[in-house]
Ligand binder design. Sequence first.
Ligand SMILES: [Fe+2]
Length: 156
Amino acid sequence: MTETAANLSANSKDAIVDALNQALAETTITTALAQNFHWNVKGMAFGSLHALFQQVYEDHFVAQDDLAERVRALGGHAEGHLSSMIKRSKVAEHDGHAKDTEMVEALAVAQETLAKTLADLGELAADRGDSLTEDLSIARGQVHEKFAWMLRAHLA
Ligand SMILES: [Fe+2]
């Protein structure tokens, strides 16, 4: 049965909010990763990678807001505390000192990690009957798999 925020149990809301905050943390760390690489990338592929990294962080910046505001719609606390985000994120920070191919690889891994986190969120939301969070997570997961493909294509 499909539920809305008004009808979900407190237990379901807590579980979904936590999973949304996980996705928010990883999206935020990946935003920083992409912007760091946008600034520091060098080499003959500079133009296309500089632009692609910008496409990633602009998308992710908007997604942070969508995920955080879904948390709030469910009555939860949107975790915007950076050190907490870094601690829980399965996407690691990067100092930005890397070759262009290493940057592409790190950002591809981040996209694959996010795709899995969003798929897990979607599965949880579906189990709890929260089709609106499920829809958001499916849409976000598809974007991350698309970026993973675009990044991996550089390494073929
Ligand atoms: Fe820029």
